[in-house]
Design a protein around this ligand. Structure first.
Ligand code: ADP
Length: 425
């Protein structure tokens, strides 16, 4: 059967086809009324396609159907245009059987079939496109939300840093002014006593500043916001300056510190020297704290392929096996809270339990690792503890350029007030 024959057979049955198809698609009168004009257009264009042999004539209708679907339609995937086309095809087959003898019905169906195939293909492609756009929009939305979350996290950290540091800075400022006032205005015989009292205030604020610094560092580490300022340095530099700084504490506790000239201590490496100094300082302060008077601390190390290993060994009370992992977690120390008021370097003088987590955060931010070895904790036999730090040997800073802005903002809060030369810790 030629195309023209098919069209001339189908044209007069427009009304019957419409009734059959609308009934198959619509569940109620109102939907049926809304559907009719669209189906009328559909039928007209379908026959036009058959007449001209041009299957794309119906595309514009299908395009409208696909893109007028709501997001809910797309998400539910129930009311797809392909399903509508399938129902139209089924209704058309029944319609043909009702109005034509079987062989003619079959030939008409064959004449229409290529156009339906094209329609399904076209609708499928369009729906895929619509889904893709919808998913992309959803992804973009999610990404936006994630970025917002990231922003509020860093805003929180800088806010916390600011809120905690401002009152401290105020107290330190007043203390400095009070000191001047005492020297200028107080009677000479009272000055010594007043200055000693003021010294107590300074020690207290100094301690709070250290704790606040530690808390901020933990926040930075936890939020992966610790940014390193890579520069060339020698481990030798770091340990020499730490030995100087800790000399009073060491002599107060009669502990000797040996820094071996191990291979690697004089090699230039790239890293954040200030942060690494902070990490090693925490390890040395702990070694002092958990070693009884008269003990000995040794810094040693070796060069490994691509790494330098630093080993800090003490002759102290040691660490129980079950604690050796936990001590690197925030607030994961094993001491009793009763010891916490004691001085910084006093034997077993516990702190807030942030020293090791910070050291770990800094070392891991460098791509290194830290672990401890100890036969256990025993205050009588003193098995000692050995901390190992593995640092990658970098010959240049790692790739530059990522969001250092946030860090700079926070770093500005971390600076000590101008009247206290440098960081107090
Ligand atoms: P803090 O000393 O403030 O409690 P740290 O994070 O520095 O917190 O250390 C966590 C815990 O690890 C300490 O409370 C202590 O029990 C244990 N520890 C750390 N270093 C040593 C050491 N050198 N010898 C024995 N115990 C140690």
């Amino acid at each position: 059967m030629g195309a023209m024959d098919a069209v001339s057979l189908l044209e007069p049955l427009r009304e019957e086809w419409l009734k059959a198809v609308v009934a198959a698609l619509a569940d109620d009168e109102i939907t049926a009324l809304g559907l009719r004009p669209q189906m009328e257009r559909f039928y007209g264009l379908l026959l036009q396609s058959v007449r001209t042999g041009e299957p794309t004539l119906v595309d514009s209708i299908l395009h409208n159907w696909v893109w007028s679907q709501t997001i809910t339609d797309l998400e539910s995937e129930k009311a797809s245009v392909i399903e509508v086309l399938q129902r139209i095809l089924t209704a058309t087959m029944k319609f043909l059987h009702a109005h034509f003898p079987p062989s003619e019905a079959f030939e008409l169906l064959m004449a229409l079939q290529p156009y339906f195939v094209h329609m399904v293909e076209y609708a499928a492609a369009q729906e895929m496109h619509a889904h893709l756009e919808h998913s992309t929009a959803q992804l973009e939305h999610l990404q936006e939300e994630l970025q917002q979350l990231e922003r509020s996290k860093s805003e929180f950290v800088s806010l916390a840093a600011h809120e905690l540091k401002t009152p401290l800075t105020v107290i330190e400022g007043y203390s400095a002014m009070l000191k001047e006032a005492i020297l200028e205005l107080a009677p000479v015989e009272a000055q010594e006593r007043l200055l000693a009292l003021l010294e107590g205030v300074s020690r207290g604020t100094g301690r709070i500043r250290e704790i606040v610094d530690d808390l901020i560092d933990i926040l930075l580490i936890d939020n992966r916001m610790l940014k390193l300022a890579f520069q060339p340095f020698w481990l030798d530099q770091i340990f020499r300056s730490l030995a100087d700084e800790l000399a009073p504490a060491l002599s107060e506790r009669s502990i000797t510190l040996h820094i071996r000239r191990f291979p690697g201590i004089e090699r230039v490496i790239f890293g954040d020297a200030l942060r690494l100094r902070q990490a090693f300082r925490n390890l040395l302060v702990n070694a002092i704290k958990y070693t009884p008077d008269g003990g000995r601390i040794t810094v040693d190390g070796k060069l490994l392929p691509g790494f330098v290993e630093v080993v800090i060994k003490d002759t102290g009370i040691g660490i129980a096996l079950e604690d050796q992992r936990r001590i690197f977690d925030k607030f994961g120390h094993s001491g009793s809270p009763l010891t916490h008021s004691s001085g910084k370097i006093k034997f077993k003088g516990g702190g807030p339990g942030l020293g090791l987590p910070i050291a770990k955060g800094i070392i891991e931010a460098h791509g290194g690792s830290i672990w401890v070895e100890s036969r256990g904790r025993d205050e009588h036999t003193l098995p000692g503890s050995t901390f190992h730090v593995l640092l990658p040997l970098r010959d240049e800073p790692p790739g530059e350029g990522d969001e250092s802005g946030v860090f700079l903002k926070i770093a500005s809060y971390l600076k000590s007030p101008p009247w206290k030369g440098g960081k107090s810790s």
